[in-house]
Design a protein around this ligand. Structure first.
Ligand code: UT7
Length: 341
């Protein structure tokens, strides 16, 4: 739980955008590939029907740039008006450098402003959004491009049915700027518990175990997930983070108009929805189309919910994320309040 802090300016979302690869892989496609799975199992256990997969040669930055441009267009800003770039990703184009944020800064024609990546797995967007709010709050930046982008399909073993069916690739983006008082990101809650890091881990390919021929054989460069253990940890943490965030601004779940959760498992979303007493039409769900796109899942869902008119001026929005680390976080946002001119 974070301390109360003095916010000098209110930070809110003034534009949204998304980008997805064209290639669709359905549940049936995995069966055709010879995997011992079924559309029934994947649908019942996860809610996923299909996911988008980046073709060979396409990297995270390609999607991040497209989503970023869409968010700029939606906000009615030019790249020249952005003065900070934050990209949440755990699947950068390059393992060390340059960061994906630097690639985005260059390829969108943004000025030579600060650009950095945030690594918090599927919670990355909530972490990046909270970070952006501090920079706006203190007056350090006026317009920040915040992107969640991941290509986890490149890091899964396509013969491991317990993992490969879960993930898809994509990017979502928002522009964060000063908004009228009472609007924007009203409260945030960030959490991490490294002691639970090994339930979702990629053991090979980092400084602890650099790339080697042995690593390719033992497949430790792929995502390993203890799905059952992760499910339990998520269920135990999702409601407490939401309650912490609501408490900071003296609100309760009854005040929430709309929820945009991380899309990891339909059963987890349903659990949270019921606990919070929300109706089905108060929650945005697109896991059936895209699977788990990690840090991209919330901003993609946000872009779709906004374009469908689900989130309107004055809506009280809840965003909640959870993932590797183990990390979990949430934001409460009063939508709108965009300053004209
Ligand atoms: O974004 C980061 C956060 N991620 C999450 O929050 C994910 C949390 N975990 C989950 O969503 C679920 O645990 C999974 C969807 C990953 C797995 O569902 P589950 O109900 O926990 O299944 P399980 O891992 O306990 O596996 C049940 C059975 C096993 O067989 P046995 O041991 O009961 O014979 C698995 O081998 O299902 C089997 N199985 C499959 N069967 C068909 C595992 N994957 C598959 C598959 N198709 N793709």
């Amino acid at each position: 739980m974070q301390n109360k802090q003095t916010i000098l300016k209110s930070a809110g979302i003034i534009g949204v955008g998304k980008a997805l690869p064209d290639k669709i892989v359905t549940n049936e496609d995995f069966v055709k590939l010879g995997l011992d799975t079924s559309d029934k199992w994947i649908t019942e256990r996860t809610g996923i029907k299909e996911r988008r997969i980046a073709e060979p040669g396409m990297g995270t930055a390609d999607l991040a740039v497209k989503a970023g441009q869409a968010a700029l267009d939606n906000a009615g800003l030019t790249p020249q008006e952005i003065d900070l770039v934050i990209v949440a990703t755990t699947t950068p184009d390059y393992p060390l450098f340059p960061s994906t944020a630097c690639l985005v800064q260059d390829r969108l024609g943004i000025k030579k402003v600060g650009a950095f990546d945030v690594s918090a797995a599927c919670t990355g967007f909530n972490y990046a959004l909270t970070t952006a709010a501090q920079f706006i709050g203190t007056g350090f930046a006026k317009n920040i491009l915040v992107i969640g982008a991941d290509c986890l399909s490149k890091y899964v073993d396509w013969t491991d049915r317990s993992v490969c069916i879960l993930f898809g690739d994509g990017a979502g983006a928002v522009v964060v700027s000063e908004v009228s008082e009472g609007y924007g990101i009203l409260a945030s809650d960030l959490n991490a518990n490294g002691a639970e890091g090994d339930i979702l881990i990629t053991k090979g390919g980092g400084s602890k175990k650099p790339f080697s021929a042995e690593m390719l054989k033992d497949k430790s460069h792929f995502v390993f997930m203890n799905g059952k253990a992760l499910y339990k940890v998520v269920i135990n943490s999702i409601i407490p983070t939401i309650e912490n965030t609501l408490k900071k601004v003296n609100l309760t779940s009854k005040d929430i108009d709309y929820m945009v959760p991380h899309q990891a498992n339909l059963r987890i979303i349903e659990y949270a929805r019921k606990k919070l007493g929300l109706k089905k039409d108060q929650v945005y769900i697109n896991i059936q189309k895209y699977g788990n796109t990690s840090s991209a899942s919330i901003p993609i869902a946000l872009a779709e919910a906004v374009s469908l008119g689900k989130i309107k001026e004055d809506s009280l929005l809840l965003s909640v994320g959870f993932g590797g680390g183990f990390t979990w976080a949430s934001n409460i946002i009063r939508w709108g309040g965009i300053k004209k001119g």
